[in-house]
Design a protein around this ligand. Structure first.
Ligand SMILES: [Zn+2]
Length: 276
């Protein structure tokens, strides 16, 4: 089965959870990592993971959700949440340099501090790096993120550049630091990503949907959900000249490798056919 390594399904209305997880299961997506974007939202991610066997949580504060640099109280709360048994990754954290994004210093400090929390709990980090106005050749967020990732030796923790949208030379730098590269449905429409999708080594590639309630799309059936993982896998398979089943096998294995000892939490649920 596939694993959706990055989504925000806990942000949907409560009465949709069982259906979304059921549709994922029908599409051969056996586990979903749902990532918090604020302290409060991280609690909701854990709540959902406690209720559904196929869901695991990430905790973290997203760079675009910062209203200040994280305080010591915020960090204490996050560290406390990170110790929950359902938490498998520190996510979503990162750097975002779009025009309207929060202050860059708050972002750098908060990314750094959250990597330290991940280290304390031996959690891999799943991070977001976004440039201004989808400029794939821009380097501002990339440079800020790389300097923090290097300074903190975050590669030792392992993790993933999620929703990767950079050029191959950037992917290569992240791979050299020890991170995986995760692709989403954007791969089916942005040709500039294809080089990275072809060149990322077999043992470093992951899949995700980054799905959340897309209220801007009027047709509910068209919202991205974890069930869409096979669309990403099919595109990767076509680009890499292998079968979709091969992509399924290697991305799931790579997720286990990223999780280390925590992978046992996920292996048991992939083998089971029942939802809690
Ligand atoms: Zn996300």
């Amino acid at each position: 089965m596939f694993i959706d390594t990055h989504a925000h399904i806990h942000q949907h209305p409560t009465d949709e959870f069982a259906e979304i997880i059921g549709r994922a299961e029908d599409a051969n997506v056996g586990a979903i990592f749902t990532a918090g974007t604020t302290v409060e939202d991280s609690k909701l991610a854990i709540d959902l993971a406690e209720k559904h066997a196929r869901v695991f949580a990430g905790v973290g504060v997203h760079p675009t959700d910062l209203e200040r640099s994280l305080t010591s109280d915020d960090l204490d709360q996050l560290s406390n949440l990170a110790s929950s048994p359902q938490v498998v990754v520190m996510s979503e954290i990162g750097i975002d340099h779009q025009d309207k994004s929060p202050n860059k210093e708050w972002q750098a400090e908060s990314f750094h501090a959250q990597i330290n929390i991940a280290r304390k709990h031996s959690l891999p980090i799943v991070f977001h790096i976004r440039e201004q106005a989808d400029d794939y050749d821009a380097h501002s967020a990339r440079d800020a993120a790389l300097s923090i990732l290097k300074e903190t030796n975050a590669g030792e923790l392992g993790g993933t550049a999620h929703y990767f949208q950079g050029r191959w030379n950037f992917a290569k730098e992240l791979l050299d630091l020890g991170f995986n590269i995760s692709f989403a449905k954007t791969l089916t429409r942005i040709q500039d990503l294809e080089e990275s999708a072809k060149n990322t080594p077999d043992d470093r590639i992951l899949v995700e949907t980054d799905s959340y309630p897309q209220t801007f799309k009027k047709n509910r059936a068209k919202w991205t959900e974890p069930r869409d993982i096979p669309i990403v896998a099919e595109k990767l398979a076509a680009l890499r000249g292998v079968s979709t089943a091969a992509i399924e096998e290697l991305t799931t294995q790579n997720t286990f490798t990223m999780l280390g000892t925590r992978s046992t939490l996920v292996t048991s649920v992939l083998e089971s056919n029942t939802n809690r």
